[in-house]
Write a protein that binds this ligand. Structure first.
Ligand code: 13P
Length: 254
């Protein structure tokens, strides 16, 4: 597939896989995907599996991501994980502001922007998630919600940092529900997001930022989604937990 930006397809394993199970999965992926150069491949295991996965993918084309990070560098923050700790495992990407954390941990755009700045200060790359709920979509609020989340979560980033930031559009109603946004709905939202980035930064920056789609991505819908001009990759939940389905999503996207 001829794309303006290199595709980036990441597996968000959420709270799944022990370290031993993670190792099984990533070994399978390494074998299946060894020859893929056209796509940036990322896996985001839970913190407890980062060490095992990190050692196993050293000489592979698979890169490591974390699912969250503290906005603080060190100190009395029980249960939190800092950038320096992630870097020890060669983590390159950090998912921020996933809708599950916005919902269950009450993460705000202001907090996500602090985290995004901490991620960049450590020379890591944030994957910043935005997306509307079903009620917001049905109420005609999609664009307003996306713009508010983008302006809040990306506040304080420089142009150089924005280019190294990935945005993930994840409509909440499509996550884990089997309901995928239609390719038209996805492209419309992605083009809108790129337009907001152009207003916040500039056209050149907006054209360089990669925007992933997330929400019930499967081998059967990956190709059509990835063929949209403003869709530059995927953030995959459920289908990233099996070698076959994640590998097929990547192969079908090339
Ligand atoms: P599903 O692919 O399971 O719908 O999850 C999407 C997601 O939340 C990825 O971050």
């Amino acid at each position: 597939m001829n794309k303006e930006r290199k595709l980036i397809i990441a597996g968000n394993w959420k709270m799944n896989k022990t370290a031993a199970e993670a190792l099984d999965l990533v070994r399978g992926l390494k074998l299946e995907l060894a020859n893929v150069k056209e796509v940036d491949i990322v896996v985001c295991p839970p913190f407890t599996a980062l060490g095992a996965v990190s050692r196993d993918i050293l000489d592979s084309n698979i890169r490591l991501g974390a699912q969250n990070m503290s906005e603080n560098n060190v100190g009395a923050f029980t249960g939190e994980i800092a950038a320096g700790m992630l870097k020890e495992f060669s983590v390159r990407y950090v998912i921020l502001g996933h809708s599950e954390r916005r919902q269950y941990q009450k993460e705000s755009d202001a907090l996500i922007s602090k985290k995004a700045q901490a991620v960049h200060a450590a020379s890591l790359k944030p994957i910043v998630c935005v997306g509307e709920t079903l009620a917001e979509r049905e109420g005609g609020q999609t664009e307003k919600v996306l713009e508010t989340q983008l302006r809040g979560s990306l506040a304080g980033l420089s142009k150089d940092q924005m280019v190294e930031t990935i945005v993930a559009y994840e409509p909440v109603w499509a996550i884990g529900t089997g309901k995928t946004a239609s390719t038209g709905q996805a492209e419309l939202a992605h083009a809108f997001i790129r337009g907001v980035l152009a207003k916040m930064f500039d056209e050149t920056i907006a054209r360089r930022v990669r925007i992933q789609y997330g929400g019930s991505v499967k081998p059967s819908n990956a190709r059509e989604l990835m063929s949209q001009p403003d869709v530059d990759g995927a953030l995959v939940g459920g289908a990233s937990l099996e070698v076959r389905s994640f590998a097929d999503i990547i192969r079908n996207s090339i």
